[in-house]
Design a protein around this ligand. Structure first.
Ligand code: GLY
Ligand code: MN
Ligand code: MN
Length: 430
């Protein structure tokens, strides 16, 4: 699979070379490192998880189309950190054409950039590696008088590699389905434990426990458990509030499994029953979410999906008296914005906010089969919002992961409860 992806990229690139470095190791504090996760681009093309490695792909070299630079074996380090693949085994294990010690990169990289017109490299992501890259470029430029042509263009992989990543193959959809199933279970378990008197972090712990228990190495992003007014804070991460009867709790959590993300949000009443105001707003968000999901099909743009959600949310805000004016006015003058300030969708894949262009030559791009997106409308009434006090402090978001199919869409997370009556029944059974 990785070799096939490299071949596709090489074909896509045409005459040129791509350089893909591993994610840098990040220090957490003093001598403790953050948990390491490989760069998604490099993993996509190799399945290789070690830091201090670089993949070079080139159409310019006769034998070496895929070259890996990686760490050499080192028994004294491996005692501490576990086994390394090493240079000798890399060719066979990863199917690359050649492998060299990472220390040889500065010497060898210029050779692979000679007579390459177009260099595919994500400039600006890793400044330390940018410097290595510039040194290599200057080294090739230094050879110009000997007849060597240095690269004249540096292009972002968004045009090639990220287009490939945006179009998911069936095996990737299958992987995302597995991640979604684990995340579904975590949300259902969260509904069982999130009772009045329980702290948000206890719910977070149950979610992370469920992820790990199914072999997920990590969440795909920081878990949000926002109860009561915390549900109106979009990036609430402290998760340290004691939940009360009468609160809603908004849980935005998704596991990563096999380097694929899931991203689900559910909102439910901690005490088991929605108040009438909570239920009224919930029904608006749910109707907007269902309509937005229904609109997903090839040819439609994310902007159009967003507009479906915005219209229904605006209708609800007008009906319930939170915003005054006609629905058209609320939409065109963006009067819904104090209550709905984010977009409805993002691409989902190896990264929770996955790669791939959202616009093509300034136009919103039409969806294609194989794209995966979230649909996540919400309504957030701040504690000091200028509305009838009965609405204040209510925050609701409902988020599913949707695959575009040839004739419409498939909701990968549809079996995570979101019907309010079903949720109340489930909570009554705790
Ligand atoms: N959890 C991140 C997002 O929903 O975009
Ligand atoms: Mn989310
Ligand atoms: Mn999301």
């Amino acid at each position: 699979m990785y070799r096939e992806r490299r071949e596709r990229l090489l074909t896509e690139m045409g005459p040129g070379a791509a350089v893909l470095p591993a994610a840098p190791v990040a220090i957490r504090n003093n001598d403790v490192e953050h948990e390491y996760r490989q760069d998604s681009d490099l993993f996509y093309l190799t399945g290789f998880e070690e830091p201090e490695s670089v993949l070079v792909l080139t159409n310019r070299h006769k034998e070496h189309r895929a070259v890996l630079f990686c760490r050499t074996r080192d028994p004294s380090r491996e005692v501490w950190d576990g086994p390394r693949l090493g240079v000798d085994r890399a060719v066979e294990a990863l199917g690359v054409d050649a492998a060299f010690p990472i220390e040889e990169l500065p010497d060898k990289l210029p050779d692979y950039l000679a007579d390459v017109d177009r260099l595919h490299y994500r400039l600006g992501r890793d400044r330390a590696f940018d410097a290595t890259m510039l040194d290599a470029l200057n080294a090739v430029r230094g050879r110009a008088r000997t007849g060597v042509r240095p690269p004249t263009e540096i292009v972002d992989p968004v045009k090639t590699l990220h287009e490939m990543r945006l179009r998911k193959r069936p095996e990737e959809i299958e992987g995302m389905r597995r991640a979604a199933a684990v995340t579904r279970e975590a949300h259902v378990r969260a509904m069982r434990v999130a009772k009045p008197g329980c702290y948000e972090y206890e719910v977070e712990a149950e979610i992370l426990r469920t992820f790990r228990a199914h072999g997920s190495p990590r969440p795909a992003y920081g878990t949000i458990v926002g109860s009561g007014p915390n549900a109106t804070v979009l990036h609430h991460r402290r998760n340290d509030r004691r939940m009360e009867d009468g609160d809603l709790v908004l849980i935005d959590a998704g596991c990563e499994l096999g380097y694929l993300a899931s991203d689900i949000t559910r909102t439910f009443p901690v005490g088991g029953r929605f108040t009438s105001e909570q239920r009224a707003l919930y029904d608006v968000v749910l109707a907007a979410q269902r309509a937005a999901i229904d609109s997903v099909r090839p040819g439609v743009s994310l902007d159009a999906v967003h507009e479906v959600a915005v219209r229904l949310l605006s209708e609800g805000l007008v009906d319930l008296g939170l915003v005054s004016g006609s629905v058209d006015e609320v939409v065109s003058e963006t009067k819904y914005k104090p209550f709905y300030m984010h977009r409805t969708s993002h691409w989902l894949g190896m990264d929770v906010h996955d790669v791939g262009a959202y616009h093509l030559s300034a136009e919103p791009r039409p969806l294609e089969a194989g794209f995966v997106l979230t649909v996540e409308p919400g309504l957030y009434v701040a504690v000091d919002a200028d509305v009838d006090p009965k609405w204040r402090g209510i925050g609701i978001r409902i988020e599913d992961d949707v695959v575009v199919t040839a004739d419409g869409h498939e909701n990968l997370t549809s079996d995570t409860p979101k019907d309010p009556d079903e949720i109340e029944r489930l909570l009554a059974d705790r």
